[in-house]
Design a protein around this ligand. Structure first.
Ligand code: FES
Ligand code: FE2
Length: 339
């Protein structure tokens, strides 16, 4: 018997039971069964020289890693020294090996143990546990993704959705800015709001002037979904690609806004907005113009839902079959991976 059941037929289905958002146990289980099994965004491949410390989902998985480049190859290795556990590298830097600043243990850029002072005579040393653990790292059009224990390759995870994406232009973009939002709500409430355009006319009055409600479309794939908003006249205003469980790639005429949803507690979430531009002159026009204003409107409803789902009178809702396919699909994936 699965922990949470969501019927595959959207017309029969009930939304995820509110316990999922409220009970801290499910929050913890989700780290292992969902966040450890999927991919985490680590910026652009060309954003650093040799070594760059990164954290895999800070505040949640909180695992220190190191992106390390040797030639054309980039690896993702543990940033924790295998001797007594010091963090190896604190700031992005250039180097031709990794040297621990505590007792001088040295590693190659791909994490292999090289040498250690004062260890002569230590039995069975070194062995492979003295190397830095390397985890799977993949590139998609210049963006890097890593995973602790992936259910599949990242390329396979998004291949079906990419066939339907029309405005892919990630290779031409450059990083412009990062902004963090703190939302007083469960991470999944933030995602499921993102996954439907149903609320646009009610919540986003200004955005609703730009995006036509009648033609707004949602397509779902195995592990992702794609929403497309059109302007009057049929031109694409924005494409919103969601990759389960927490990555959002928003394609606008000016470039891409990447949003990363980071669970902190069952009622607190950080959302990172990373702006990558290809044509800055288009930033004040259309659906991608006032992202901060839209975010404020979204946060207000999501935080209101966070309060509402705690009610003893609320357990489940139902779905609109024409407008909430993305949210239904997301809930189905959560119930699948929670087991
Ligand atoms: S902790 Fe790194 S050498 Fe001792
Ligand atoms: Fe919204």
């Amino acid at each position: 018997m699965p922990l949470f059941e969501v019927d595959p037929d959207i017309r029969k289905a009930k939304t995820l039971a509110s316990d999922f958002y409220i009970d801290p146990e499910y929050f913890e289980i989700s780290k292992d069964r969902i966040f450890s099994r999927f991919w985490h965004f680590l910026g652009r491949k060309d954003e650093f020289e040799t070594l760059k410390p990164v954290n895999l989902l800070p505040g949640s998985l909180d695992e220190p890693f190191l992106l390390s480049r040797s030639g054309e190859t980039v690896n993702c290795v543990s940033n924790v020294c295998t001797h007594r556990g010091k963090i190896l590298v604190g700031e992005p830097c250039r180097a031709n090996l990794i040297r621990c600043g505590y007792h001088g243990r040295r590693f190659s850029l791909d994490g292999k143990f090289l040498s250690m002072p004062e260890f002569d005579g230590v039995k069975g040393f070194p062995d492979e546990s003295d190397d830095l653990k390397q985890i799977p790292l993949e590139t998609w059009d210049g963006f890097l993704f890593a995973s602790l224990d992936p259910i599949s390759a990242f390329a396979d995870l998004i291949s079906d959705a990419l066939e339907c994406l029309t405005v892919l232009h990630t290779s031409e973009v450059r990083f412009l800015a990062k902004r963090e939002y703190e939302v007083n709500a469960h991470w999944a409430l933030y995602c499921e709001n993102y996954l439907e355009g149903f609320h646009i006319p009610y919540v986003h009055k200004a955005l609703n002037e730009v995006v036509e409600y009648g033609t707004y479309s949602t397509k779902t794939f195995r592990y992702s979904s794609l929403q497309t908003g059109y302007e009057d006249g049929g031109k694409i205003a924005a494409e919103y690609l969601f990759v389960f469980p927490n990555l959002m790639f928003n394609f606008y005429p000016w470039g891409i806004s990447v949003n990363i949803v980071r669970p902190i507690t069952p009622s607190r979430t950080i959302v990172e907005f990373l702006t990558y531009v290809s044509d800055e002159r288009l930033m004040n026009k259309g659906a991608g113009a006032d992202l901060h204003g839209v975010e404020m409107e979204d946060e207000a409803v999501v935080e209101s839902v966070q309060k509402g789902i705690r009610s003893r009178f609320y357990k489940h809702g139902r779905y609109s079959p024409t407008r909430e396919q993305g949210t239904h699909h997301f809930h189905r994936l959560i119930s699948e991976f929670l087991g």
